[in-house]
Design a protein around this ligand. Structure first.
Ligand SMILES: Cc1ncc(C[n+]2csc(CCOP(=O)(O)OP(=O)(O)O)c2C)c(N)n1
Ligand code: SF4
Ligand SMILES: [Mg+2]
Length: 233
């Protein structure tokens, strides 16, 4: 197993200065590096499937085999890749607009049928790349609770992380990647240009060891947003 792969690339990062996507990128690379060093994952057998959006630029910033997919269609592309070669560890990376808007039907199918893929969603509450239109998770806009929906559809591994707790985010990512079936990790963060809700998020976010059914939907109640892992017992 090759655990010494350099995950960095030479591509210039074009996210806005201070974009929290950088935190998720660092947490993700740390997770892959540590799993490689622990002998749990072979980075050469990982395929990253990315979406369109600010989040999608991660395709250029991680030195892994990758597919730059269509907007909202990361889950089918990832599942097809896994079916084609079950030896691969397939990791989807996408945004809230693509995954919970256009792609929500795929979340339901993946949850229901337990597709053996990992999904990370950078949830900034807006369609950021296209200049900040409201996404399904933006607070005060009849927002949805994606983890509760996935749970209702049968998902067995759900996690919520945040770029405000980067150490926990790495831990969540490692657990999600090691999970054999479908895992959905929602990563709450502001978009500092189009949805700068940093102060509000800092007040609402609360780290917990394990999430229960009720905590999955706390975001919908617009109170505390718990970060942690829910695993079906
Ligand atoms: C099928 C389709 N619909 C719409 C678009 C235009 N589009 C590109 S990126 C984007 C918004 C992405 O929002 P999100 O998924 O939340 O990602 P973010 O930019 O916030 O990271 C949209 C609407 C597209 N490329 N393809
Ligand atoms: S618009 Fe928002 S999400 Fe996109 S790069 Fe800038 S800060 Fe990041
Ligand atoms: Mg978004």
């Amino acid at each position: 197993m090759n655990t010494t792969i350099d995950l960095n690339t030479k591509e210039k990062i074009t996210w806005c200065p201070g974009c929290l996507n950088n935190v998720a990128l660092i947490a993700f690379k740390k997770a892959i590096k540590e799993l490689g060093e622990e002998g749990k994952v072979d980075p050469m057998k990982i395929v990253l499937v990315t979406d369109i959006g600010c989040n999608g630029k991660i395709y250029d910033y991680v030195n892994l085999s990758s597919i730059y997919g269509l907007h909202g269609r990361v889950i089918p592309a990832a599942y097809g890749t896994k079916i084609g070669n079950p030896d691969l560890k397939v990791i989807g990376f996408a945004g809230d607009g693509g995954t919970y808007g256009e792609g929500m039907g795929h979340v339901v199918s993946a949850s229901r049928k337990n597709f053996p893929i990992t999904m990370f969603v950078l949830n900034n509450g807006v369609f950021a790349l296209t200049k900040g239109q409201t996404s399904p998770t933006k607070k005060d806009s009849d927002n949805i609770a994606p983890l509760a929906i996935a749970r209702a559809a049968g998902a067995k591994f759900l996690a919520r992380g945040t770029t405000f707790f980067p150490d926990q985010l790495t831990i969540l990512m490692k657990e999600a990647i090691m999970h054999d079936g479908f895992s959905l990790t929602d990563i709450v963060q502001p978009c500092i240009i189009f949805n700068n809700n940093s102060t509000e998020l800092r007040e609402r976010l609360e780290r917990v060891e394990a999430m229960g059914e009720e905590q999955l939907s706390d975001e919908l109640k617009q109170g505390k947003i718990h970060t942690g892992i829910y695993i079906e017992k």
